[in-house]
Write a new protein. Structure first.
Length: 225
């Protein structure tokens, strides 16, 4: 993924009160956009499908014929495409609301340490889950969940990368293996949803603190000073 972060520049932060107001307004705008896009994800049919029926796979074997069948349940391709269209905003670092860029934003916000730590904790848990290995190894290729995510995103669904495309095609040539990889991919999407919902709640608290600070500044000093 790209690493061209879009953040508030240091020279703006170091200006006087007008610059501080501008930083506050930009921070509020980005936090608001972050919340809006998470709510957009929550409204999509993929999330409803997973909440109502979940995602699962089962393997059956027929003794007489020796046939092995795999049944996978979960969201369909159209639901996944619609979901990924918005989810990419949170993982592509050339977008201002990517988790990487939001982490840098939080570092400079005049908010409580608790909210900063909450963001770091939830993002850290997500990153840890992405380091977990897939339940399947294909030709000695045992990808992490993060690699499953990137390979399907950029090797099948969008912005096709040649290396990731080839890796995806290698997986897909084995129908059963491809189905299990798909199941793991859907699991990663749901993990993102859970994390983003928690981060959106955190962002609402950060917004309340920022807006309270701005209102306090606009009101001038307390009486008696």
């Amino acid at each position: 993924m790209a690493d061209t972060a879009t953040i508030v520049s240091r020279d703006v932060i170091e200006r006087g009160s007008e610059g501080k107001d501008q930083v506050g307004e930009e921070a509020i705008a980005r936090l608001t956009l972050f919340i809006h896009k998470v709510e957009r994800l929550q409204s999509l049919s993929l999330v409803r499908t997973l909440l109502e029926g979940g995602s699962s796979f089962s393997i059956s074997w027929t003794a007489d014929s020796g046939a092995v069948d795999l049944a996978v349940t979960g969201p369909d391709a159209e639901q996944i495409d619609a979901f990924v269209l918005t989810m990419r905003l949170f993982i592509q670092n050339n977008d201002q609301i990517s988790l990487h860029n939001m982490a840098r934003l939080y570092e400079g916000l005049p908010i409580s340490e608790r909210l900063k730590q909450n963001f770091t904790m939830h993002r850290g848990h997500l990153n840890e889950s992405l380091q977990r290995r897939c339940i399947l190894s294909i030709n000695e290729d045992n990808p992490t969940m993060g690699e499953v995510l990137e390979t399907i995103l950029y090797g099948q669904l969008s912005h096709l990368d040649p290396d990731k495309r080839q890796r995806y095609l290698t997986w897909a040539q084995f129908p059963m293996a491809g189905s299990i990889i798909h199941f793991e991919f859907v699991g990663v999407l749901m993990q993102f949803v859970r994390t983003l919902v928690a981060l959106a709640a955190n962002a609402r608290c950060a917004l309340a603190e920022l807006e309270g600070t701005q209102q306090g500044s606009a009101g001038g000093p307390p009486r008696g000073e």
